[in-house]
Design a protein around this ligand. Sequence first.
Ligand SMILES: *Cc1c(COP(=O)(O)O)cnc(C)c1O
Length: 396
Amino acid sequence: MFNKLRLLTPGPTPLPERVRLALAKDMIHHRKQDFHDVMARVQEKLKILFGTKEVVLPLSSSGTGAMTAAIYSLFAPGEKILVVDGGKFGERWANIARSRGLQVERITLPWGQACTAETLAGKLDSDPEIRGVCVQVSETSTGVLHPVRELASLTRTRDTLLICDGISAVGISPCPMDEWGIDCLLTGSQKGLMLPPGLSLIALSERAWSRATILEPGCFYFDLPAERKKVLGNETHFTTPVNLIVGLDESLSMLLADGLETIYRKQWALTMLARQGARALGLELFAKSHYTWGLTSILLPEGVDGKKVLELAEKEFGVAMAGGQDKLKGRAIRIGHMGWVDWGDVLAGLYALDRSILACSGFSGSRDYLEQAMAAYQAALTVTPGDPLPAVRIRS
Ligand SMILES: *Cc1c(COP(=O)(O)O)cnc(C)c1O
């Protein structure tokens, strides 16, 4: 028995009541003053979220639309780009780039591993024709966090743009665009931003804008320079999902209320909770060192059917989690802990996971896994601002 479905999936994520109420407001017109006021507020807050002085464009699409807009706006057919391919979403970069007629080079990584700066430096040094590098800040299919700050230190000194899919990172772990030297950062509404799906957000650096404005737009709908002109006047090029923008106004206020560092610390602590809980359950964590802060990927014991575990967790305990994709299908569980998710939800997720695995296989780990998970969470919350955290530092 349960009275709500807990969405511990890496998008969509649960919605706070404040956001749901904002979404329920009466319609306003996207070419009139009420909407201009909302857009102006949203723009200021988005700049803080993205860590940029440049404009952040809302697009009416899921996250992949913004990925498409980036590729079609920044590269011309025939140009060469390099894709960091360490999972499902890295692969998506390559597919979009091919559809644009680009030459695609790859850094192919074993799933679960992060791209190192040395690997990227080697590739860039050996091929000066590479015009752009596409990477996920957080590769959601594996739970790996690529060291984007270090990768950016290599691209920012070259004539190579760094395009970052931050769909499972923005609002979840630090990714200050201007400070790190990222040329394009994008995200979607349904992950860290506590909104329904349907809106994507994209920002370009000054040098990326220089390129976008001289290139023939590759796509009529995703014409970023045209979109920028409109957004500077607090509108969008085409009819925007008005209620999502109104919801975004609210969710950004919530995210920024106590400063982004508070959100990052909470996300970090939830990650520690999930990881310690899984370890105590005797399960193997898939991403060993560079792990993302919005989900935890866990390998199931040999012979345990992941599909069955997920079904039981949802049916018996009301907890929806994600399975592995492609080569991890049936073998892994991904617990999402991004957006409006708190410690109680993740504990419920661990409990549901334990009970479901036990029911499928008789496998179980130590019985004080919930206490161990909570202890790790409490300890992580005491990290003071500026302390170095593994993989990424909150503050430089
Ligand atoms: C969810 C996700 C996507 C896909 O976004 P859609 O909104 O489904 O288009 C792409 N990249 C990453 C890293 C994601 O987590």
